[in-house]
Design a protein around this ligand. Structure first.
Ligand SMILES: [Zn+2]
Length: 264
């Protein structure tokens, strides 16, 4: 397996669960594991920054590094003129010549010491770029999550077919899951029959060994919460029954329509 995709690493760092395959790779590959660890750290820093909403001023040497990187000149940044060239500050021809004459010596002396800061500056630049992109990802993913969470998601649906005693009936059932994980079934029954007694909506296991009542269907359309302990992969049949007003809470045995849920 090749190294993990950078986008995937970012999403995993942001909390998206890794697949078994990705987890196995992270366990085996130090390079990807290290990259993930760095991303996770950046996410923590990014999140705490977003939460606190109060940016701390970076240390002077960080600004100096940025100024240097942007070619502003570290000394100019800290001077009272704010780094803007002034007439008085411009080197005269004579000064330039002296500077050029001195340059080779100065370069030789500074070269070994300059190598380390250069590496550090590159590191700072990478970290800042990373932090900026992670902040963007956090914002985008946060917005996307917010949008997604406010909309119920359809997780299953069924076409409800008529039983022989109710040849003209038909219906549909749609199961949606809300942001908080609660599920509900929207049932739509189309039959022209006069209703004496009432209609009741049920979830039934595939082998009909167990069933649960969701409630009474008033009119042709109703929305019914699915009890939390009901596993819809077991209770796959949606049933609407005709019930006499006899006070018996069990299924009358007179089903109008029934259909099996297909999962999205
Ligand atoms: Zn790898």
């Amino acid at each position: 397996m090749p190294h993990l995709d950078a986008d995937r690493l970012s999403l995993i760092a942001l909390g998206e669960p890794a697949t078994d395959e990705e987890r196995a790779h992270l366990d085996a590959c130090d390079e990807c594991a290290l990259e993930l660890a760095e991303l996770e750290y950046t996410v923590i820093v990014g999140r705490s920054t977003v939460t606190v909403g109060d940016l701390e001023a970076p240390p002077e040497r960080v600004w100096a590094g940025i100024a240097d990187e942007l070619g502003l000149g570290a000394t100019g940044m800290t001077s009272t003129t704010g780094g803007m060239p002034t007439a008085g500050g411009m080197p005269t021809a004579g000064e330039t010549e002296r500077a050029e004459a001195a340059a080779p010596v100065a370069a030789d002396e500074e070269a070994p010491a300059a190598a380390a800061p250069a590496r550090r500056r590159r590191g700072i630049r990478v970290v800042f770029a990373l932090a900026a992109s992670i902040a963007l990802i956090v914002a985008v993913v946060g917005t996307w999550t917010l949008v997604r969470e406010t909309q119920p998601v359809e997780i299953a649906a069924a076409t409800l077919d008529a039983f022989p005693d109710h040849p003209d009936a038909s219906g549909t059932a749609v199961v949606v899951e809300k942001a908080d994980g609660a599920r509900q079934v929207e049932v739509d029954l189309d039959d022209g029959e006069p209703s004496d007694g009432f209609r009741e909506v049920w979830l039934i296991t595939e082998d009909a060994s167990a069933l649960v009542s969701l409630g009474v269907l008033e009119g042709s359309t109703g929305v019914f919460p699915v009890p939390d302990d009901i596993d819809l992969s077991e209770y796959v049949l949606v049933d609407v029954s005709q019930e006499p007003a006899d006070g018996d809470p069990t299924h009358s045995g007179d089903s109008i329509v029934r259909g099996e849920l297909g999962f999205a």
